[in-house]
Design a binder for this molecule. Structure first.
Ligand code: PGA
Length: 250
């Protein structure tokens, strides 16, 4: 059985005290709950250290939202995998569409980051997804295939087994427009077929594929019920403890 995961992407939200507040509510809301899903939160860099302390002895794991692929050096404003590990991160979101579209990250750059994360023992949450224009042009599958293959091109089978993929159609992110469970399932299944072709069925059956894009308490259950949807990457709805908890429990 595949891992089931709910990850929260805080994006550029919450200073230290707001972060402490949200995490305390989240942790107390999840205490004594019998969870069938793993929970990961990805706050901004500035809150990681503080939150890492708050998450000790809880079941909630910590991730970051980005990192650089080099070990260290003259890269002003960047954060390394070693820095993330030193504050207790186990996960890192890579290739998010906001990084691709706003900050110009390319498939090539993302693939280097994925490789670096894996060699540093961090689990990449590798994001892919098509724009509205690409969906309307009928090129969704081409885009997804290119992003997947480019992202994993330098990985060994052992490495690819460790990644988490998040399918996030750009047109559904932060827009309140969710892909229907059927639309999401179709792409998730397609992603699995690419993994089968490139590696093996054992690999494709193992890799968790999360859906992201306006996941809310009222649509989570239907999305998560689909065979190839193993969890969710949640943006807006993870900024309130209550709504994030109800997605975790959906
Ligand atoms: P959203 O964001 O849930 O606010 O649409 C998801 C994401 O960007 O990861």
């Amino acid at each position: 059985m595949r891992r089931r995961i709910i990850a929260g992407n805080w994006k550029m939200h919450n200073n230290i005290s707001e972060s402490q507040n949200l995490v305390s509510k989240l942790v107390s809301g999840l205490t004594n709950q019998n969870l069938i899903r793993e929970v990961i939160i990805c706050p901004p860099f500035t809150s990681l250290c503080e939150i890492s302390n708050l998450l000790k002895d809880t079941k909630v794991e910590l991730g970051a939202q980005n990192m650089h692929f080099e070990e260290k050096g003259a890269f002003t404003g960047e954060i390394s995998s070693d820095m993330l590990k030193s504050v207790g991160c186990k996960y890192v979101i890579l290739g998010h569409s906001e990084r691709r579209t706003i900050f110009g990250e390319t498939d090539e750059l993302i693939s280097k980051k994925i490789k670096k994360a894996l060699t540093s023992d961090l689990t990449p949450i590798f994001c892919i997804g098509e724009s509205l224009e690409q969906r309307e042009n009928g090129t969704t599958n081409d885009v997804i295939k290119r992003q997947v293959l480019e992202g994993i091109k330098d990985l060994t089978e052992e490495e690819v087994n460790k990644i988490i993929i998040a399918y996030e159609p750009i047109w559904a992110i932060g827009t309140g427009k969710t892909a229907t469970p059927e639309q999401a399932q179709e792409v998730h299944k397609f992603i699995r077929s690419i993994l089968t072709e490139t590696f093996s069925e054992t690999v494709s059956e193992k890799i968790p594929i999360l859906y992201g894009g306006s996941v809310k308490p009222n649509n989570a259950e239907d999305l998560l019920a689909k065979e190839d949807i193993d969890g969710a990457l949640v943006g807006g709805a993870c900024l309130e403890a209550e709504s994030f908890i109800s997605i975790i429990k959906a």
